[in-house]
Each structure stands twice: as C-alpha cells, then as structure tokens.
Design a protein around this ligand. Structure first.
Ligand SMILES: NC(=O)c1ccc[n+]([C@@H]2O[C@H](COP(=O)([O-])OP(=O)(O)OC[C@H]3O[C@@H](n4cnc5c(N)ncnc54)[C@H](O)[C@@H]3O)[C@@H](O)[C@H]2O)c1
Length: 327
C-alpha cells in the first residue's frame, strides 16, 4: 500500500512513517519542516520505499498530485503547540483550516481514504470526565486566541464529516489526547519535553498556574498502534474516535516524577498564566481525560505503556537530543 503522510517529519508523523515502512508499505512524506525535523526521519532516510517532499499542505497542485499517487492518506500536518499558535496567529489558522480543506478536497476528488488528526482541545472547557466523542465542545471567546486551534480543528472535523456524508469520502477522524515521548520537541510549549530538558539541565521546572490541572499522557508508540489499527479498520470510516491514555496526572505531579526519574536536583517553579503568556489570550482546563471505549470496540486497542516508562523514554531522547546539539 502507498501512503501519503502530511506532517510525516514531525513528532507523531515520523513514528507513523517508520511503522508503515517496517510493515512493508511505501510512504511519501509532505512536510514544510516548520516544526518537523529531517533528523526525525534519519533512521529511514535511505529507505527505498520512502520519498520526502518539502512543501506545504496549502499548495493545492502539490497536494492533489501527491494524493493521486497514494492509496491512503494520513493528514497530520498542522500548526501545533501553544507557543506557536499564540505567536504565529494568522499562519496557524491558515495551515489548520486551508491546509486541511486542501487535503480533504483532494482526497474527495480522488476517492482516497483519509485519516484525519484532530485533538482533545475540541472538547474545550467542557467539565465532563471522561470525554466521549459525542460530548459538547465548549470553546472560549475569540478574543482568547488559544481557542483558534480547537476551533480550526473542529471546523476541519465538520468538513471531513460533511465530505463523508455528501460524497462518501472514506474519512476517519481521530482526537489525540496529549501524545508524548521521543522526538517531541520542547520548543513549542509541550510540557513533558520542556520538563525533561529542564531537569537534565538542573534548571527549574516551570509549572503554569497552580499545577493542579491534570492531563493523560499517551506514549507515541501506543498512539501509532492506534493510528494503524484505525487505518486498517474500514468500519471506523465516518466516525470520530478518541485516542488517549487513562492514566491521569497533575502537571505538578508530572514535574515531580520527571525530577525523581532523572535524579535531578531541579526545583519546581509555579508561574502564573499571566506571566507565562504576557501577550494574554490564554486560559486552561482543569482536567482532560479520554473515554477510549469506541477505539477499543472498533480495533481491540489497549494502552500498553505506562506513564513512568513514557517519562523514561522522553528523558532518554532529551539526553540524545542534547548530545546531538552539542556535536
Ligand atoms: N502531540 C499531541 O499531543 C497532539 C495532540 C492533539 C492533536 N495532535 C495533532 O497531531 C498532528 C501531529 O502533531 P505532532 O504532535 O506530531 O506535532 P509536530 O509539530 O511534530 O507535527 C506537525 C508536522 O506538520 C508539519 N507542518 C506544519 N505546517 C505544515 C504545512 N503547512 N505543510 C506541510 N507540513 C506542515 C510540521 O513541520 C511537522 O512536521 C497534528 O495534526 C496535531 O494537531 C497532536
């Protein structure tokens, strides 16, 4: 099978690319390297079945030609990360709305099955625990720019499901909940890589707000197994499916575990949101827990890796990343 992976040089995309190549598929990667790295694909760079194209998902002609040459499309390219969303406002919305629209339209035109990566952010401020796929989206005001990411991904979901209903586009929408692990970059506000790099440097781990807000972190290997399982499950077409871990931890608790597992002498420093995001426009949710029964029912998927192992793997990668940067 020939796959097109948009965002295939990114954190999740590079792991999906490796997994598909390992099972004998061909992969074409389309990536603009805005947050992705060539080094993420270093282990497979000379693989005969890998082709990497530098370009953007907003380039309609390029997207249409690459979709035409693929049997299946996995759309992961997006402007991601709180820091990036807050600092590159217009281009972030453009990538996440126009880019997705371009990929969806090309898949509909060529009748190609599509896996679309959405996010737990679409549940917004809904206080329900855990989140099931048909729960409400409760988003904040448009003056608070952080909501633009959730709003763009939600619009993409509507568009994907509209193409499915009107044109039978075989699309599966997956909502990722805090996927983390090796190759996740600390530069765009992702919390675990930020903590790992700080702990290894012996500097303070900055917890935003009280640190009592909690999240469920899923190891990228478990995420990739879920992605491939959904790609291989035709009855998932036309559905929205959560992908996430059931192991909940407060952000302060995460910082404590990173310090303990790295034997670091670092301390934890609480930073008010107003100081962490002086440009304003930020608000946070207290809890975000996925209900993954639909994913399990459709594919038999179960989480295999616990949080401590996820932290150990993230620390190992942070050490390797530091060593590579020092060379
Ligand atoms: N990591 C998570 O916890 C998480 C949670 C929810 C949703 N997601 C979604 O998963 C997908 C992958 O995210 P990730 O965590 O691997 O982040 P990432 O930043 O590592 O990956 C995004 C990739 O898309 C590429 N890209 C960005 N704009 C592009 C454009 N215009 N054209 C082509 N390529 C472009 C980047 O260079 C990068 O390689 C995204 O769609 C994201 O919204 C991730």
């Amino acid at each position: 099978m020939r796959y097109l992976i948009t965002g295939g040089a990114g954190f999740i995309g590079s792991h999906v690319t490796e997994a598909l190549l390992a099972r004998g598929d061909s992969v074409a990667v389309l990536d603009d390297f805005s947050t992705g790295r060539r080094s993420n694909l270093a282990a497979v760079a000379s693989h005969a079945k890998l082709r990497v194209v530098e370009g953007s998902v907003v380039d309609g002609a390029l997207v249409r030609s690459m979709v035409a040459e693929a049997d299946h499309v996995v759309h992961l390219a997006a402007a991601v990360g709180v820091r990036k969303i807050m600092s590159e406002r217009v281009s972030g919305i453009r990538t996440n709305v126009e880019g997705s629209e371009t990929v969806l339209a090309a898949c509909a035109a060529h009748g190609r099955p599509l896996f679309f990566a959405s996010t737990s952010e679409v549940y917004g401020k809904n206080a329900k625990v855990p989140f099931s796929e048909d729960d409400d989206s409760v988003l904040g005001a448009s003056s608070l720019h952080r909501w633009s990411y959730a709003c763009a991904k939600l619009l993409d979901e509507f568009l994907a499901l509209a193409w499915f209903h009107e044109s039978r586009l075989p699309v599966t929408v997956a909502r990722f909940f805090n996927v983390t692990g090796p190759r996740q970059c600390p530069d765009y506000g992702m919390v675990l890589p930020r903590f790992c790099h700080a702990a290894l440097a012996g500097s303070a781990l900055e917890v935003h707000g009280t640190g009592n807000q909690s999240r469920c972190f899923l190891h990228v290997d478990d995420c990739v197994r879920a992605v491939l399982a959904l790609v291989d499950t035709p009855v998932a077409v036309g559905q929205v499916v959560n992908i996430g871990s059931d192991e909940e931890v407060s952000i302060r608790g995460l910082a404590e575990r990173v310090i303990a597992l790295s034997n670091s002498g670092s301390t934890i420093h609480a930073v008010p949101y107003a100081a962490a995001f002086p440009e304003g426009g930020f608000e946070d949710m207290l809890r975000r827990v996925p209900d993954t029964r639909r994913l399990s029912r459709l594919t038999g998927w179960k989480r295999e890796i616990d949080l401590d192992q996820t932290i150990r793997d993230a620390l190992r990668w942070a050490r390797e990343d530091n060593a590579a940067a020092a060379r």
